[in-house]
Ligand binder design. Structure first.
Ligand SMILES: C[S@@+](CC[C@H](N)C(=O)[O-])C[C@H]1O[C@@H](n2cnc3c(N)ncnc32)[C@H](O)[C@@H]1O
Length: 472
């Protein structure tokens, strides 16, 4: 990386003076904008005790947990490095994250950027709540309205790296991945978002291939695939640049849906392709497995006795390693307790419970994916339907030949569930663990188990548990 001799102040001022920044008010020493004129747009929100306004900007209350996780990470980073972190919030919306990084994560400097300059007054007035100023010696924050890529590339070119870069983007925009990785200090954090549920659901394989380099097909654990697609895409970019990224935590939220991953950027390591490969799911027997690059062209499900498996669906390459770093999530949980955040806020998700679940999911013996309890029950009861490919699509087909629509199938599952006294998830997990398997809940799906136990054994265990239940 070539060093450019521009100091931070010069770089920022030159960026802020650029025509695309479009400052509206003449410069004053501490320019504080007047309150927003239209009271209908001045909705005041409070998050973990921090008050801010959202105006007409893009703001989702449901994303509060994602912001909590970002603040905890920034705070942990500051504690571990012993310095107040420099943070770039590349798509800041109303600036709530930047404000929280300043007030709650002890950030030394925050750069809040959003391409939409119509929210300038809103962002500046929110950040002013943190004290300090946008300019001058006390400057702790700065606001710009540039394309995120421009901010990221300029930061890299001027060697003004950040301890944390947060890119809260829409859809599967991955055009900034390279520049975001390059803007992070070695050992620093990169917080990425994707909201493309179609791609993770396998409905746009060419799109996921273009954005993240992964051909993704429909799988029952598609929401976990979404996280793995995002991590895998970042890993590929990082490797090409001579860096490495490792997931510290991965978080899926149903609203959106939203896929968030916190990655640590480190110097290049040998590319461990054992954790960046292909995953397969068999629609016939329900088993999942990883396929290495060496196995390309030799993929089949053991249930098909070495023959071509039409029931086998393969996606990849994706990140197949652990979704979280157990030590790191443990530290986050401790910190959440220390801050008194390990509880549910205003009807949202319980942060303590979420981190606890992530901790359980961090067991390195757990493979990718999860098994939905419905699926175990469905497969464990003899029933007149089978799951077979029909015109290249996998459908449930009655032995009479009638194809079931998903709505009918859903009713069928519910009806079966009503009749079947399914074992509670906790009982199934404890039993699997007693049998020597790794097993945990999944933070992604409430009624699912993550385990390295093969589907056939899971079904057997569920059947025995149900038998015991019936007898007692
Ligand atoms: C999901 S919202 C951000 C929400 C905010 N981070 C929060 O937590 O409330 C995404 C924001 O990115 C901005 N945006 C979209 N494309 C951008 C780009 N290429 N560069 C910078 N900002 C962009 C939008 O104006 C929008 O405010």
């Amino acid at each position: 990386m070539a060093a450019l001799p521009l100091p931070l102040s010069q770089t920022l001022s030159s960026l802020l003076a650029s025509p695309r920044t479009r400052r509206r008010a003449p410069r004053r020493k501490h320019p504080l904008p007047p309150p927003l004129a239209n009271p209908a747009l001045c909705s005041v929100e409070v998050e973990r005790g921090v008050e801010f306004e959202t105006g007409a900007s893009f703001f989702r209350r449901e994303s509060a947990l994602g912001r909590d996780l970002g603040v905890l990470s920034a705070l942990l980073h500051g504690r571990s490095t012993g310095r107040a972190p420099r943070i770039l919030d590349a798509m800041c919306g109303c600036g709530v994250r930047s404000l929280r990084y300043l007030l709650q994560a002890g950030a030394g400097f925050v750069w809040a950027n959003d391409a939409n300059d119509e929210h300038r007054r809103l962002i500046v007035s929110n950040l002013a709540r943190a004290g300090g100023a946008e300019q001058g010696a006390e400057r702790r924050w700065v606001v710009s309205h540039l394309d995120a890529n421009k901010v990221l590339v300029e930061s890299y070119l001027h060697r003004e790296f950040f301890d944390m870069v947060d890119v809260d983007s829409f859809g599967s925009d991955s055009s900034f991945l390279k520049s975001a990785i390059e803007a992070v200090k070695i050992g620093g954090l990169l917080y990425l978002t994707s909201t493309d549920g179609y791609s993770s659901g396998g409905h746009r394989p060419h799109h996921s291939l273009a954005s993240y380099g992964a051909y993704v097909r429909p799988m029952p654990f598609s929401n976990e695939v979404g996280l793995r697609m995002l991590i895998g895409g970042a890993l590929r970019e990082a490797t090409a640049l001579g860096f490495h990224v490792l997931p510290l935590f991965s978080y899926y939220s149903y609203h959106g849906p939203v896929f968030r991953v916190m990655l640590r950027v480190t110097r290049e390591k040998a590319f461990d392709t054992r954790k960046y490969c292909f995953i397969g799911y068999c629609n016939k027997c329900g088993n999942s497995q990883t396929f290495s690059w060496e196995e390309l062209g030799q993929m089949f499900c053991p249930c098909s006795d070495g023959q071509v498996s039409h029931s086998l669906v393969v996606s990849g390459p994706l990140w197949t390693g652990p979704l979280h770093n157990a030590d790191y999530v443990g530290e986050m949980l401790k910190l959440a307790r220390e801050l008194g955040w390990d509880h549910r806020e205003k009807g949202g998700v319980d942060l303590g419970k979420l981190l606890q679940r992530m901790l359980e999911e961090s067991d390195p013996n757990l493979p990718f994916g999860y098994i939905k309890l419905d699926e175990v029950i469905l497969q464990s009861e003899p029933h007149p339907f089978c799951h077979i490919p029909v015109k290249k699509k996998l459908c449930f087909v009655h032995k009479s030949g009638q194809t079931l629509t998903s709505a009918v199938l859903c009713n069928f599952q519910i009806a079966r569930r009503a009749k079947i006294n399914s074992p509670p998830l906790s009982t199934l997990i404890i039993t699997l663990q007693k049998e020597g398997y790794a097993a945990s809940r999944s933070h992604i799906a409430a009624n699912a188990v993550k385990t390295n136990c093969p589907m056939a054994t899971c079904i057997q265990i569920a059947r025995e548990l149900r038998q015991n239940q019936r007898e007692t």
